[in-house]
Design a protein around this ligand. Structure first.
Ligand code: FAD
Length: 320
């Protein structure tokens, strides 16, 4: 029987949405292995987060210690690795967020485990669950088998439904003493970009602009605000310095799967599509009828974005 440990992500004691999707993925692995699903919460003052997770019917191991207040991979990795051993986990996972991507490779190294990243789905059962993951910007889907006794993975959270609240799990405190002075890395400060708009990866609607904006994102932002959407961008727009790099959608940016994705002045390079092709409805506005984005779009508008976006915005406003 192979138990599954999912590492929760929290900020100031509040669980991140990605945690519930990772838990949903963990539940599927546990179903396949016949093992137990356990969640790990690390931090300081995270009792509330642990209780909330337990309400999803899982056993929660909580390491609540002042030395874990600020996330550092160096301090978190040994605690997670020890927890994995304590609960007999042969599968250890988290969301493929900045947190999961930073932490889990170090956990894998400590557990001498092979790792599969950005997992989209699972197959197999028992101790031989395999991992489906994208390669070459999502053009190839590989079925990966990890040959080590312990297997570590991160999941693309947009591919898994959040775990529903079902049953009541238990909360088990674990001792974790971290001496910040003994670490080679030090927490200095956390600078958060405050925005009225929803977080790109959480947003129901995303409006993105590309090189076709020629650096003028006013219409893209105005449409986003009319729709209560997040603003995204292609790498061309980010590399040109027109918009911040945390707006980038794609293979080397963020992966989004909103209900509606509007791509304005974006050609549809495979590296961009890798970050948004899971969107439910895709609308493309492009001057070039041959632009590859139209092959993927549910609705395509061959038009100048500087004309089409204000018209769209006016229609949406009138329809409200
Ligand atoms: C390793 C690697 C990783 C990468 N990662 C990413 C990534 O994460 N995300 C990403 O986006 N890219 C990524 N890229 C870059 C990618 O290959 C493309 O270069 C990039 O996506 C192009 O951005 P774009 O569509 O905005 O620009 P372009 O390809 O130049 O397209 C601009 C489009 O705007 C249209 N247009 C011009 N004017 C107007 C107008 N007035 N109205 C309407 N349409 C107009 C044009 O017809 C054109 O189709 C990566 C590349 C590599 C090699």
């Amino acid at each position: 029987m192979s138990n599954v440990l999912i590492v929760a992500e929290q900020a100031q004691g509040a669980l991140k949405k990605a945690t519930f999707h990772a838990l949903g993925a963990g539940r599927e692995v546990a179903r396949r292995t016949g093992g137990k699903l356990v969640a790990a919460v690390l931090g300081a003052g995270v009792g509330g987060a642990a209780e909330e997770l337990a309400a999803h019917g899982v056993e929660v191991r909580v390491a609540d210690a002042p030395g874990l207040e600020h996330y550092l991979a160096e301090s978190y990795a040994p605690v997670v690795a020890q927890l994995a051993k304590d609960v007999g986990a042969t599968y250890v996972g988290a969301g493929a967020t900045a947190f999961g991507k930073d932490l889990l490779p170090r956990v894998a190294a400590r557990l001498e485990a092979a790792m599969a990243t950005e997992v989209l789905g699972f197959a197999g059962d028992g101790g031989a669950v395999t991992f489906r993951r994208p390669m070459w910007a999502g053009n190839v889907l590989a079925e990966v088998e990890l040959a080590t006794p312990v297997k570590v993975f991160t999941v693309r959270t947009t591919e898994f439904q959040p775990a529903p609240r079902e049953g009541q799990g238990s909360v088990v405190p674990v001792a974790a003493s971290v001496d910040p002075a003994a670490l080679r890395t030090r927490f200095v400060s956390f600078k958060e970009v405050k925005s009225e708009r929803p977080e790109l990866t959480d947003a129901r609607i995303v409006v993105s602009g590309g090189r076709g904006t020629k650096g003028d994102f006013k219409e893209v932002e105005a449409l986003a605000d009319e729709l209560g959407a997040a603003v995204g961008a292609s790498r061309a727009a980010v590399d040109a310095g027109w918009v911040p790099n945390d707006w980038q959608v794609g293979q080397t940016g963020k992966v989004v799967a909103p209900e509606l994705y509007v791509a304005a002045g974006i050609s549809g390079a495979i590296q961009h599509l890798a970050g948004m092709k899971g969107s439910k409805v895709i609308v493309a506005v492009n001057k070039d009828p041959e632009a590859p984005i139209f092959a993927l779009a549910d609705y395509g508008l061959v038009a100048d974005l500087f004309k089409a976006l204000p018209e769209l915005r006016a229609k949406i406003k009138a329809g409200k």
